[in-house]
Design a protein around this ligand. Structure first.
Ligand code: GRG
Ligand code: ZN
Length: 331
């Protein structure tokens, strides 16, 4: 029995479905063969992100060999531009989202030697704005997601000491995105949203500035995200979605409050969102699976201690052994 903050408790039903590990491996392996599907081409701009989601899920499932590492490294090298950033696919414009994904994959594979790291750092540093925030690309849109991607990327590359950065201003900016309910939005005054909470708490964790949050208040807001069916939503009055298993649990994990969620109920919700025919996990039971929800569902189960899964790091969403290997483990 798990003690819960609201006083209730539950256990995982022994008749609950199991995690279909082998089927999920096959689902991820098949993704690059679906070139006759419209979705394959519609998501071209997300190819580098998709590789990160796919290889991370495979790592957590304990099957890092299931995709061809050399082929992926060769492909990523072709996505790096002269300005140092990475596009979402070959010849696509650079963006901080795809740049972080490329760096995460190359670090997981221990293959940073394949790219020009100094140029990646130049690119990321160039995106910092006067107010401490970061833009997503040269067009200038800013969002707390992009701040996290930049700080995460520089942290993985061990380049947060770059003299061109103003990190106290970045911390100030994140603190300005904090709301009366303890949550965080995409910009100052923006509505609290669980995914924005993850990126803000993640940024503060990496920058050793977690003392700026009220962990009890935010922990309460996050635990309120759990609905009767066990799933989590991203904000009040919204539908549950498997990916919030990651955004909410990882934030609670950074604040050491994962036990504030009813783990057996959430586990069951994620398992019921599996596609038992094709493999893969959907946003909620009954919907079609995709690699994004497959990764964040499996990563969420890893944080919940689901048996047989490799431990995931709650800050970087990469295997904990990789984060330990590069000396960044804080948990
Ligand atoms: C995982 C290491 C790592 C990095 C990723 C890009 C990023 C950093 C995080 C994304 C955070 C984010 C804002 C995700 C959005 C998730 C989501 C389901 C948004 C949907 O928003 P709405 O308004 O959905 O469509 P709701 O659920 O509020 O109705
Ligand atoms: Zn989702």
């Amino acid at each position: 029995m798990l003690p819960l903050v609201n006083g209730s408790s539950s256990t995982l039903d022994p008749l609950a479905p199991e995690l279909l590990m082998d089927l999920h491996v096959k689902y991820i392996q098949a993704l690059d063969t679906k070139k006759n599907d419209l979705e394959y081409w519609l998501t071209e701009h997300l190819r580098v992100n998709g590789i990160y989601w796919g290889i991370t899920a495979l790592q957590i499932l304990g099957h890092p060999e299931a995709l061809d590492q050399e082929q992926i490294v060769e492909y990523l090298v072709k996505c790096q531009h002269e300005n140092g950033g990475f596009g979402g696919h070959i010849d696509h414009d650079t963006h901080i989202l795809s740049t972080l994904s490329a760096v995460q994959v190359l670090i997981t594979y221990d293959r940073l030697d394949a790219i020009n790291v100094d140029k990646v750092v130049d690119y990321v540093v160039s995106l910092q704005n006067e107010d401490g925030s970061f833009s997503g690309d040269s067009w200038g849109e800013t969002d707390t997601r992009f701040i996290f991607c930049a700080i995460n990327c520089l942290s993985l590359l061990k380049r947060l000491d770059d003299k061109r950065l103003d990190l106290p201003k970045t911390i100030d900016y994140i603190v300005r995105c904090r709301n009366f309910d303890g949550g965080f939005g995409s910009s100052p005054g923006g509505e609290s949203h669980a995914a924005q909470v993850y990126v803000c708490v993640g940024t503060l964790t990496i920058l050793n500035a977690l003392h700026h949050i009220d962990a009890d208040q935010l922990g309460w807001w996050l635990s309120e995200r759990q609905l009767k069916n066990g799933g989590l939503n991203g904000r009040p009055e919204k539908l549950e979605d498997v990916c919030y298993s990651w955004w909410v649990l990882s934030s609670l994990s950074m604040m050491r409050r994962v036990h504030w969620i009813d783990a057996p109920k959430l586990t069951l919700f994620i398992l019921e969102a599996q596609d038992t025919e094709t493999g893969g996990i959907a946003d909620r039971p009954g919907n079609l699976p995709d690699v994004f929800h497959t990764n964040f569902g499996i990563a969420g189960l890893s944080l919940l201690g689901y048996p047989g899964l490799v431990a995931v790091d709650p800050v970087y969403c990469m295997p904990r052994h990789v984060i330990q290997r590069i000396g960044l483990d804080k948990h």
